[in-house]
Design a protein around this ligand. Sequence first.
Ligand SMILES: Nc1ncnc2c1ncn2[C@@H]1O[C@H](COP(=O)(O)OP(=O)(O)OP(=O)(O)O)[C@@H](O)[C@H]1O
Ligand SMILES: [Mg+2]
Length: 353
Amino acid sequence: MASIKLNNISKWFGENHVIKDINLNIIDGEFIVLVGPSGCGKSTLLRIISGLEDLESGKILIENKDVTDKIPSDRKLSMVFQSYALYPHMNVFENIGFALKTSGINKEILTQKVNQVAETLKLKLLLNRLPKELSGGQKQRVAIGRAIIREPKAFLFDEPLSNLDASLRIEMRLEISRLHKKLGITTIYVTHDQVEAMTLANRIVVINEGKIIQVGTPKELYNRPKNLFVAKFIGTPKMNVLECTTINGNVYFIDKINKKTNIRCNNKDIQKIGFRAEKIIICETKKASFIGYAKFIEYLGAEQFIYVDVGVKENFVIVKEKPDIKVPLNQKLGLKISQKDIHFFSKNDTRLN
Ligand SMILES: Nc1ncnc2c1ncn2[C@@H]1O[C@H](COP(=O)(O)OP(=O)(O)OP(=O)(O)O)[C@@H](O)[C@H]1O
Ligand SMILES: [Mg+2]
């Protein structure tokens, strides 16, 4: 287990500035998830930490020791990739034990350690199988086993579950969470699946275009996103965001239906308001904060998403409701949102409240 510090990390690929002055302090034993859109630099940052990529500037400290110039094997970190990269001609036992075997460890201890790892990962009955005889989830467990057996100071995962089908992903997600609770090893985990990020992380790091946008617990990011990028990135469905103007402390949508709303504010710089789908209540039109017309309904069994046209161009408000509530389509629908659940954003998309 180790703390990891990133101080002013920058990286260029030719003309392309892919990592821009990143600073991050990861606490011993913490589970950190890096999220962000494709190409934002998540894998590159992970490869920099592991030592697979050089740095233009900045320092990396593991357990407060500068490892910036150290080769990967001296950093004692284990990386698990999206492609499992198992040795096809070796069985599960040999795959898991490979790194220790090449280090010249005594055969008895090797067997003992492989068995221990196989026990932890529920692979004991599969030790004699070749990778081609395993399911995707089983292969991924072997890849994790290979990483664990080296007793690393930290795990680095790069989208380890993205090759798996939906139900296996959920199962493996729990497995990884359980493993982290059991072993307590510092973990940095890259994903673009924000559900994975929310469920696994102690803290989430949101990255965009090579820069850290916000660092915080899943709750902090969900409830108090620093700007619109984080507000829209974290949460399913996405936060509802509407353009508005403010006159004399009242919010006006730029639309035909809501000439005026019952939403008040005391900041005239507000240009957009945001609110989560589950915070909206359907109500009588005269008590509504604003009015719209239900256009589509997605029924999901345990809940339904109602897409409401509130007159803002190409922008539905999504309302999350219990599945048994009947909503008529194409008729006036009152929507209520309480003041405390509204996020206000400025012209440059930063949070104002
Ligand atoms: N070896 C390389 N040479 C040149 N450019 C690279 C190299 N590796 C990555 N890049 C570029 O660096 C940027 C960041 O890439 P990176 O792989 O870190 O993104 P990512 O956030 O992991 O994306 P994804 O979610 O798609 O995996 C991209 O613009 C990519 O094209
Ligand atoms: Mg990547």
